[in-house]
Ligand binder design. Sequence first.
Ligand SMILES: Nc1nc2c(ncn2[C@@H]2O[C@H](COP(=O)(O)OP(=O)(O)OP(=O)(O)O)[C@@H](O)[C@H]2O)c(=O)[nH]1
Ligand SMILES: [Mg+2]
Length: 350
Amino acid sequence: MGGRLSKADRLAKRRSAMIDKQIEEDFRQRKRECTVLLLGSSGSGKSTIMRQMVIANQGGFSACERVEWRPVIYWNVLESAQAVLVYLRKIGLGSHCEVLNQALLNNLPKFQLEMLKGPAVLPAEITEAIHWVWKTTGDHFGDLYPQDSTRYFLDEVLRIGQGGYLPSETDVLKARWKASAIQEVKLTMGLLSIRMVGVSGQFSERKRWIHCFESATSIVFCTAMSDYDQVLLAERTQNRMLESLVLFESVINSRWFRRTSIVLLLTKIDVFKNKLPKVPLEFYFPEYTGGSDINKAVKFILWKFMQANRARLSVYPHIASLHDLTTIRLIFAAVKETILQNALKDSGIL
Ligand SMILES: Nc1nc2c(ncn2[C@@H]2O[C@H](COP(=O)(O)OP(=O)(O)OP(=O)(O)O)[C@@H](O)[C@H]2O)c(=O)[nH]1
Ligand SMILES: [Mg+2]
């Protein structure tokens, strides 16, 4: 009797084997999944990287997705225009503001209401006034822009203000949107599926970071090189690059990442290159002695960050202009390679 199984027993055994197989498969699948955490202070380029990843891996944004960016881009245009007004008043060109002030006064409340209800078009009076003010006063601004995409959106205002405006890929890429939530995109890279998680770098949001730490297999830490002469919005005496260094130091030496390798992405090299000859780096970092030599300046900043690596983690640095589609692909290939190697090592495949 003992050797033979009843039909019910055989079925139960088969089911149990199937469940075991499923568990094993799930486990293998989970091992092939990895979570890349994007960290860095506000404005360092985390959201831009996520959008570039979507462009590079999923063939870009569909027309439907781009339409959804329209309100954000209108908001970017209006914010850029407000910044222009503030600056013009500051330099004594307040008289140039009148046309735009009036256009905003006449149209903004109605436009805001329309935006709440559904699709709306930037009012023509506002569009034309922004275009006129920017054309007549743009030269006075030199390199002074509160955001790096300000000039772009002001230059493009006539196209953006057209009825039926569909944001281009570049518009989406350059749009500034301070999302407070944690953002996530899923991508596949070779054998692996990657969950890329971007957190907001604003102070008020940083307490949420810790919830993402546990699941991270790789870290991409972003820092904007052009921040060396900038101060924090929240605390105007605090240099942004020093603040980013402190943040990097706390991330890299934290107990959460003892086994993690880190990609250090020095962003905004394009802005940095323009700024360096006009705004001496030594003014903000007196120990720097390389003058306006771009290579020396980049090396110095990199050295500052590498010094923070007391935990001696593997740090892979890259220098990038996140809007430059040709070089960005090379950077991504290298970053992908690092992430892939780490994930394969972690899952025991390598
Ligand atoms: N010129 C230039 N602009 C950049 C670069 N990287 C990012 N930007 C712009 O800088 C602004 C801020 O970039 P985001 O990607 O939104 O920054 P973030 O790190 O997500 O910021 P938070 O969400 O506030 O934490 C956007 O307008 C970007 O288009 C770069 O390499 N060069
Ligand atoms: Mg962001």
